[in-house]
Design a protein around this ligand. Sequence first.
Ligand code: AMP
Ligand code: MG
Length: 496
Amino acid sequence: MLPTFTLHYARLPARFHERFDPVPVASPALVAFNRPLAEELGFDLDAYDEALATEVFSGNRVPDGAEPLAMAYAGHQFGNFVPRLGDGRAVLLGEVTDRRGRLRDIQLKGGGRTPFSRGGDGRAPLGPVLREYLVSEAMHAMGIPTTRALAAVTTGERVIRRIPEPGAILTRVAASHIRVGTFQYFAGRGDIEGLRELADHVIARHYPELADSEHLNRLEGERYLALIEAIQARQATLIARWMGVGFIHGVMNTDNMSIAGETIDFGPCAFMEAYHPRTVFSSIDEGGRYAYGNQPGIGQWNLARLAETLLPLIDEDQERAVAKATEVLETYPARFETEKLAVMRAKLGLAREEEDDGELIESLLEAMQAGRADFTLTFRQLSDVAASAESEPALFDLFERTEAIQAWLGRWRERLAREAAAPDEIVRRMCAANPKYIPRNHRVQEALTAADDGDFGPFETLREVLSRPFDEQPGREEYALPAAPSEQVFRTFCGT
Ligand code: AMP
Ligand code: MG
């Protein structure tokens, strides 16, 4: 049933990781298994064996060919550098080659205390495991690059947080688990050779086009500069996609920024309802460092930390290296704006590019802010308005004050008239760019609370609803609605 494991990361030098077998758990039960993903990863589901799956996804049995390990990394947490973090509760089993020939990491999160655990117990509570399962799979269904959830097991053990909670393990799948913090780990130790090996590993695995370029092979420093630029491009795209669905990551520390450009770490993440750029949910983000509107700038800050680590590889003359890296970093704001414009144009049904589009988008956001309008529903409702003016009252109902949105609608209509596409084509495009169903915080919370009491029904229903975010799902409309005042979630917790 299991695919063949390969050991690319495990074969990197010993100081990249600590060999570590997951700590067995008392009585594992498989509570979620992602069959389409398993299929994609090369699992033989005709030979599906639930007992084996439960053993493997709980860490009670190490699959043949795997050499589990905890990865070493550092990171800036809320701006403070921590030279040694590492996988304190995650264990990488190895990689598999998926049906499209891509290497994918398979990691158990919550697999027990590792050499990097410090004061932690190495375990995960059920709630955060299911939150990551739901949200990462929802992101995937919305077409946003993300780590995936292959399985969730409960361990039959309790983990002590504020109160005792059921323990669980998530099987996470990623293009890789290499982070900005992985580079910082080697830079922090002054380990230039380690840095070079890591960078070359990343190029071979995630950016092979940089290894094939003759020009870059002649100029080694240029290759590492090009690597910064390539990682920056993926981050700009990714963060623009987050902004387009109102996603607030919540803990954009450098150890939670993937080098492959996937969304990773769903600890305190949440989706914005009423639009406001300063929206924050995470209980530990007291200064609002990772607020919705700060995410693009934090992306650049993290990329600057990445660039710093690579300076010794870019030019022997460090002043020149800084100048070259700075030149690349300075292209980020424009690149991000281009990506964001592309995302927002698509949301408004605009295929042509016009000079004033940025301003049109900004004034819609201002109208939403003034009217405290739900971000997701406003855009989805606009697709109905594009189909028929009869839908306008339902749009206005989303706004506490409607003057601004009424005026804006006229401008948008004029702009739409200059599109070449037929109206029903515009509506179709808008429905494919604006999800109706997102993981609303109160729905996620409701599913996790029920699961803690042993009822996985709400989790299953939500998972199914979120697997088709752009489709109309008759009978499921309530899942599209924002929280009622009594249901509102104001705070999310890391749950570590
Ligand atoms: P995170 O906030 O999930 O990005 O984790 C930050 C660091 O804390 C990483 O090094 C984690 O491995 C570590 N960590 C988080 N939770 C635990 C835990 N329960 N036990 C041990 N280490 C943990
Ligand atoms: Mg993390």
